[in-house]
Design a protein around this ligand. Structure first.
Ligand SMILES: Nc1ncnc2c1ncn2[C@@H]1O[C@H](COP(=O)(O)OP(=O)(O)OP(=O)(O)O)[C@@H](O)[C@H]1O
Ligand SMILES: [Mg+2]
Length: 229
């Protein structure tokens, strides 16, 4: 579903992603794990097109999206839940979700969205800024899902969220994968979370993938050495 080859990304003269390759199958969930500053957000921003690649190719379902703007990549099926969630605090929950609909031509929020996130139905008239961190994260995922993505990118979805809500987010991601034809890629530092959702766990260090394990083969103590928590 997603194929990335020899991807390099720089800020000015400083290269931060040094030639990454990644393939993700349909209905597969992959976690990219690494400490602060290792390049997770830079990688995700280049996948969605917020940063342009200095080399390499990104293909979605067999079609190269490397030279497309973000807006076009979303149309072709990539959705992005940014680090820090970036919901619109002064818009209501409903209005926030609707902002995701603009690229789809649809007018109404599909019912399955509220089936996945009942709390968002209860809070649909409230301002996004008044939700808890966990609720805002669910809102950001809902907003991304209304574009019917083939590939869903989530940048550190558990950051700043309490453990019981982290479990809810893991459950919802597993549910989404069951219900849809979708690939999910998360960046994370919380191993218990990725062990609950990912088929494969990749470690990123200083802009390189240095290790990859199937979930069944993960040695948690080994992976933890590459993480700060
Ligand atoms: N706008 C920028 N300009 C220059 N360098 C940047 C910029 N954004 C990030 N960097 C650098 O790129 C490297 C990777 O940063 P990035 O934000 O991708 O890491 P991360 O893995 O997402 O970290 P975190 O877990 O803290 O979110 C870091 O060395 C960072 O200082
Ligand atoms: Mg980051």
């Amino acid at each position: 579903m997603l194929q990335v080859s020899d991807l390099k990304v720089s800020y000015g003269q400083s290269e931060v992603i040094h030639g990454i390759a990644l393939e993700v199958e349909m209905n597969e969930t992959v976690a990219v794990m690494g400490r602060n500053g290792m390049g997770k957000t830079t990688l995700f921003k280049s996948l969605i097109g917020a940063l342009s690649a200095s080399a390499g190719d990104i293909s979605l379902d067999g079609k190269s999206v490397t030279s497309m703007e973000s807006y076009d990549r979303v149309k072709h099926g990539i959705a992005y839940v940014p680090q820090g969630r970036m919901i619109f605090p002064t818009l209501t929950v409903e209005e926030n979700i609707r902002t995701g609909l603009s690229s789809t031509g649809k007018r109404n929020i599909p019912e399955d969205i509220f089936a996945l996130f009942p709390v968002l139905w209860d809070m649909r008239k409230r301002k996004g800024g008044n939700l808890s961190g966990g609720q805002q994260q669910q809102l950001a995922i809902a907003r991304a899902l209304v574009t019917d993505p083939k590939v869903l990118l989530l940048d550190e979805p558990t950051e700043g969220i309490q453990p019981s809500i982290i479990k809810d987010i893991a459950n919802v991601l597993n549910e989404i994968r069951k219900l849809r034809e979708i690939s999910i890629i998360v960046s994370e530092q919380v191993l218990s979370f990725t062990m609950a959702i990912a088929d494969r766990i990749i470690v990123i260090e200083k802009g390189n993938f240095i290790r990859e394990d199937r979930r069944e083969e993960v040695d948690e103590a080994q992976i933890s050495k590459y993480l700060s928590v």
